[in-house]
Design a protein around this ligand. Sequence first.
Ligand code: UGA
Length: 427
Amino acid sequence: MNLAVIGAGYVGLVTAAVFAELGNRVWVIEIDEEKLAKLQKGEVPFYEPGLAELVLKNLEKKRLSFTRAYSKAVPGAEVIFVCVGTPTKRGKVDLSAVYEATRELAENLKQPAIVALKSTVPPGINLKLEEWMRGFTQEEFELVSVPEFLREGKALEDTLSPHRVIIGANNTVAAEKLLSLHRGIGGERLVCSPTSAQLIKYAANAFLPTKISFANSIAVLCDKLGAEVESVIKGLGMDRRIGPEYLKAGLGYGGSCFPKDIEALTNIAKEAGYDFRILKAVKKTNQAQIKYFVGKVLRLSGGSLKGRVLTILGLSFKPETSDIREASSLYLIKALKKLGAKIRATDPAALKEAKKKIKGVAFFADPYQALKGADALLLVTEWEEYQKLDFEKVGQAMRTRVVVDGRNVYNQEELEKLGFAYEGIGK
Ligand code: UGA
């Protein structure tokens, strides 16, 4: 099939690469000139395992092309995916990129097409958006919603073998066409209205952090009651009605999706006349987790952080990504600096991003260098290489042997044997 994808962010680029890999002819429209120039040379502007190889392969096979011009990509496309960003501004979803993209798209329609929204948009937007687009074209089009559920770092796996493909289409011909386009992609199928599809996306991105905040609350209780969070969570997740995933306790969730979508759904509900109380508590619990962690660092540092050298291991919002948007590290560093600590930090992929965003921190590529003279090691993002550190070497580099484990990855007994004071969360 001939396809167009608007926006070469995570969602757009992965969607384009995967559909090209499945044999479709895909044009990607990107308005950022710098990003576009890179992509045309086969360079992926962010770190995502396996993606650069897939992009390059399909560029060479001429199944994938990049352009700034809607007039090149849109006219021949049977399905056009809208994958532009929908950030939140003061809690409200900013749809300006969606309106801009759909306007240019409509102006360039030359044949009937399916316009599939992959951007996360407020449920029920289709009527208004359709009316807006009809103002720019006489051509027939069907506006549907195919929300994206991929995780950064696992984007290809999640796109090729998702749990489900949700097709929000009122028109059965359009639904059939999308079902056939998704042949070759795994997972269950659900066809529903666009509004329902859009709400499924928000519900998923609100429910998962709800599970995380719940697990984090249980972890705090474990600390207070002397229970072991790992056993408690394991036992909890063994109940198939609950399931083991998204119950890992730690410093809390971050990233470009959960915090933004929790905020957005809270406001969408409010505008619809409903007070979504649970979500407010989820957000507060997540913020409180940083304070709780700082409390541990303070206690293990003898009650004051003035002049203390603290080394942060991991800056990205989770392992296997260079993305630091809404990362726990940002909030933690801010809080620790306020208390007078001197921060040294390292990350395998996010240093470039971090240097742009975080000031007053000494950055190092090598974790052992970063730990030189440190009074405490703070594990913030559980990258594999930090889980496999040589703690003899770590101990020699540090001034004081203190480890505060924000992701519960280290073996307490082993560290204590080596003379480290250790605390996790709920352990
Ligand atoms: C999330 C969703 O998982 C995807 O399904 C969705 O498509 C995506 O948002 C989006 O809307 O684009 P992502 O933000 O890439 O994906 O990250 P996750 O892997 O879900 O992790 C989010 C945060 O939760 C991370 O900070 C992670 O460290 C934290 N987390 C995750 C926990 O603290 N505990 C857990 O058990 C799981």
